[in-house]
Design a protein around this ligand. Sequence first.
Ligand SMILES: *Cc1c(COP(=O)(O)O)cnc(C)c1O
Length: 345
Amino acid sequence: MPSPATLTIDLNALAANFHTLQAVGGAPVHPVVKADSYGLGAAACATRLAAEGARTFFVSRSAEGEALRQALGGGPVIYVLDGCLTGHAGRLAAADLRPVLNTAAQLAEWRAANGGPSGLQIDTGMNRLGFRVEDAPEPFEGLELVLSHLACADAPDEPMNARQRDAFATAALRYPGTVRSFANSGGAFLGPDYAFDALRPGICLYGGGPEGRPDPRIRAVATVEAEVLQVRDVPAGESVGYSQGFRADAPVRIATCAAGYADGLLRSYSPRGEVFVGGELRPILGRVSMDVCAVDVSGLDVSVGDRVELYGPNRMIDDAATAAGTISYELLTSITTRVPRLYVG
Ligand SMILES: *Cc1c(COP(=O)(O)O)cnc(C)c1O
C-alpha cells in the first residue's frame, strides 16, 4: 500500500529535461545536484544523469559531495560550490572533490594542502560568492574550470544579464584552457552567447520552468500526491479548519487529504492553493494543517483512498508555487523525510 502522502520522481522526465537543456543551451550540461537534487534524491538523480552522459556535477556542501562520491563511485567530476572551507581541504581531497574557490583565503588553503584540481568563481555582479573581477587571481596550477552566476536569469529582458555575460567573457580570457561555465537553468534559454563551455542547470532538470512558470519544453519530474482520509458534507453556516479559515456560505463537500506542512504543503497554500482531483483543479479550503488539508470536492465522485495531486504533470509545480507565494525551488526542498520517494522510469 502506498503511504498516505508520496513523492514520485519520474527519472525518464529528468533524463528528457537533461537532453532538452543540452539541445536548447548548446553546451554540455553539468547538473547541479545540491540540496539532495532539490529534494528529489541526489544519489538516484545523479546516477541516472550519469547514465545519460553527464560527467561533471555540482553540489554546495562538502558533505553533499562526499555522499555523491559514495553514490557515483570514481570517475565523475564533482565540484563543491562552497569552495574550500577552513579545515575542509583534506576531506575534499580524500573524496576526490574539487572546490570552486571563492576567495584568496580559500585558494591559499587549497594550495597549501596540495589539494589537486579546482574551479574558480568570479562574481560578475551578483555580490554573493566569488572573486570580484578586479581581484581575480593569476592563473594557478590545477585550475580546471571558471564559473560565474547570473542574478536575473529568469528575466530574459533584464539588461544585467548581458552585462554579466560580457564581464565573464572578459574575465575568463585570463584563464585559457579552462572550462568556462556561466548559465544556470534560466541562462540556458537566453541564447547561444550565454552557453560558453558548460551549462549548470538545476531547477529545469527537476521540472521547474526557466522563468518561474511552466515551459512546454520542460517536463514535470516530481509528483506529490496525498490520500483522501475522509469525505464529509459541511452544511451552510459552518466553518472548516483552524481559525474557521473557511466559512461555508452554501453546503460544501470536503475531502480531508493527508498532506500538510509537515509534508511540504506550505501553510501559505491557504487560502489560494489548488490540487488536481477527479480530473480538475479544486481549491484548498481554509488553513493547511500540519498533517492534513481540506479540498472542495463538491459535485465530484471522490471517496476515501482516492489520491489528489498537489503538483505533478496535471498541476505544474510553478503554478503551485505561485499559488503559495513562493518558487518551485522552495516547494521541492521543503518536502520532509516523512514523505516516501518512489522512483519510476
Ligand atoms: C543553484 C546554482 C545553479 C543552478 O541554478 P538553477 O537556477 O537551479 O538552474 C547554478 N550555479 C550556481 C552557482 C548555483 O548556486
